[in-house]
Every structure is written in C-alpha cells, then in structure tokens.
Design a protein around this ligand. Structure first.
Ligand SMILES: [Zn+2]
Length: 89
C-alpha cells in the first residue's frame, strides 16, 4: 500500500530502520511477510485491502497496476545466466 497511508509508515528492515520500498503489510524485520506470493496474487490482495480501507476502486486499481514493477518481482526471474543454461554449446 502507499507508505503515506500505512499506519506504520513503512515496513522495517532487519536492523529496525523503516523500509522506503515496502509497507508494513508486506515487509517486516527485513523479510517479506508473504515471500512466495506472485505479483498477480499481490495485485489482487493490494486492491482488496485498499478498497477495504475506503479507497475508490479506480485508485486501488491504479496503485495495484504498478505492483509487478516492484523490485521484488522485477529483479529475480530472468538473468542472462539462466538463459544460457538452456543452450548447448
Ligand atoms: Zn505493501
């Protein structure tokens, strides 16, 4: 959720600092609360949570649309190393 709307104003790093990347519902003590959730599952979850908190559906939808761009999903899946394993030399 938007960190400004987070009652805790962000999740916490392992050393207790506030995270500037993730909210308190996603991230606590340096770990993701739902480490295996997919971006699509998270989009649905974020949208539902925001609407529960009284955000209009279109605002919740706009926010959820950018969820897959978060670092936790964009940095992992496709490294060149992984692509090359499939090839035969
Ligand atoms: Zn969050």
């Amino acid at each position: 959720m938007p960190l400004k709307k987070d009652p805790q104003h962000g999740g916490t790093e392992a050393d207790g600092r506030k995270s500037t990347m993730y909210c308190s519902h996603c991230y606590r003590n340096g770990k993701f609360i739902l480490p295996d959730i997919s971006a699509v599952q998270m989009q649905a979850r974020v949208k539902r949570k925001m609407m529960e908190k009284g955000f209009p559906g279109f605002i919740a939808g706009l926010f959820a649309r950018n969820v897959p761009k978060l670092e936790r999903w964009t940095k992992a899946p496709m490294r060149e190393d992984n692509l090359m394993k499939e090839e035969t030399f």
